[in-house]
Design a protein around this ligand. Structure first.
Ligand SMILES: Cc1ncc(COP(=O)(O)O)c(C=O)c1O
Length: 408
């Protein structure tokens, strides 16, 4: 006869062998900021007013024209069926036309554009199409975590290429060892950059393209912040570089440009063969972006340059206001040229970015992301996302000052 406790232990053993997770989950450390996020939620549940500058989730409204189209699209029964695997024609045509207007490049909407359920989804799935266990990707670090995670989930490894403040967070391409170039299959870049806010010039894109062509590496440009350049500058597309389409693709998201992060829509453009490889993975894992979302998002591309620039101006103004105040409490840092972040050096008395982020959360009630979440070369910094109103950003720095979180 089995006792009650024996029954329980048999149950436990069964459940252990039943839930044997895939090894790949151990290759991707769960986000370091998960602990901080939990603590933030606890503070919020106690009614504490936390100024949340952690995720890069835009607080500005999505465009009215997109919302109106969404209401129409919901009523159209043709949108209730599965979306076409290759994406809706009108979305792809509008995206290709936008690329042409914005960067003066010709993209074939049929074969050289694929809608995505966000760039994050596309970047991860791309790794599954290209990376075999043991393969290598070159990832400038600090990085948007997904640039590394896709390769790691697919069983590959990454070479972290340092982005240093002394080089304006532009990688030294000449420093990459030849064996790394020989082995690498993917090379990621993203300017304007998350988390550093750095921008790059066209010569850098040209040099990088030459390097990737010479070494036969697929070049992945993540242009999430293409429309968030400041001080009158504009970002270039990798596809503007002569010959780049032979080896490159570029991810564009509507999350930042049009404040549509929750709608989950993006697209990839460029080399047809690479896009077809991504398509193969996607047709086996999903049905593509919801018809209603594709139809609505297509309208976003008709928004004028001036309207788009207003968003960039808003972030620029926020940048200037917070930097001005940070100067008062000891941080005199160069202005980031784009994106929507302040990349703040950790004061000397702290041992880690995590420790400083903890103090910001618990003492000043300001939520940020520790730099170590963005890779080896992110340590020593904390990221502030400019995703709240000017007054709240000012309040965040006032709180830091009042609890002594200053840079001595
Ligand atoms: C560089 C970069 N790429 C992609 C994304 C995510 O884009 P999406 O919302 O389209 O998944 C982010 C989000 O913060 C990002 O910073």
């Amino acid at each position: 006869m089995t006792t009650k406790s024996e029954k329980n232990s048999t149950k436990e053993e069964n459940s252990k062998s039943f839930l044997k997770l895939a090894d790949r989950l151990s290759y991707v450390p769960s986000y370091i900021f998960a602990k901080l996020d939990k603590e933030k939620q606890e503070l919020l549940s106690r009614g504490i007013d936390v100024i949340d500058l952690s995720l890069g989730s835009p607080d500005l409204p999505s465009p009215q024209i997109v919302i109106d189209e969404c209401i129409n699209a919901v009523k159209d029964p043709s949108n209730y069926r599965y979306p076409p695997f290759w994406g809706q024609k009108r979305f792809k045509q509008a995206a290709a036309q936008w690329m042409n207007n914005r960067f003066s490049i010709d993209i074939d909407p049929e074969h050289e554009i694929l809608p995505l359920t966000g760039s994050k989804e596309g970047i991860t799935h791309l790794a599954f199409a290209i990376i075999n266990p043991g393969d290598l990707s070159i990832v400038p670090s600090p990085y948007y975590p997904v640039h590394a995670r896709g390769t790691l989930l697919a069983g590959g490894t990454i070479h972290e290429l340092p982005l240093l403040e002394k080089d304006n967070f532009i990688p030294d391409l000449d420093s990459i060892p030849q064996p790394v170039l020989d082995k690498a299959k993917l090379f990621f870049i993203s300017y304007p950059n998350n988390p550093t806010g750095a921008t790059c010039d066209f010569e850098f894109l040209e040099k990088l393209t030459r390097l990737c062509i010479k070494n036969q590496i697929l070049l992945i440009s993540d242009l999430a912040y293409s429309e968030l350049s400041f001080d009158g500058k504009t970002a270039s597309s990798i596809l503007q570089v002569k010959g780049a389409k032979d080896i490159a693709i570029e991810f564009h998201t509507l999350s930042k440009t049009y404040s549509m992060a929750g709608w989950r829509i993006a697209f990839v453009a460029g080399n047809r063969k690479i896009i077809e490889a991504l398509y193969e993975i996607k047709t086996n894992t999903d049905y593509g972006v919801c018809n209603i979302i594709q139809a609505s998002a297509a309208k976003a591309f008709s928004i004028s340059d001036n309207e788009r620039k207003k968003n960039a101006m808003m972030y620029q103004e926020r940048r200037d206001i917070i930097l001005e105040q940070l100067k008062d409490i000891g941080w005199n840092i160069p202005k980031p040229g784009g994106a929507m972040y302040i990349w703040l050096p950790v004061p000397k008395q702290y041992k880690s970015s995590f420790e400083f982020s903890c103090d910001l959360l618990h003492k000043a009630h300001v939520a940020t992301i520790p730099g170590s979440s963005f890779g080896t070369y992110g340590e020593g910094y904390v990221r502030f996302a400019l995703v709240d109103k000017k007054e709240r950003l000012q309040e965040a720095v006032r709180r830091m000052k009042s609890v002594g979180l200053i840079n001595q």
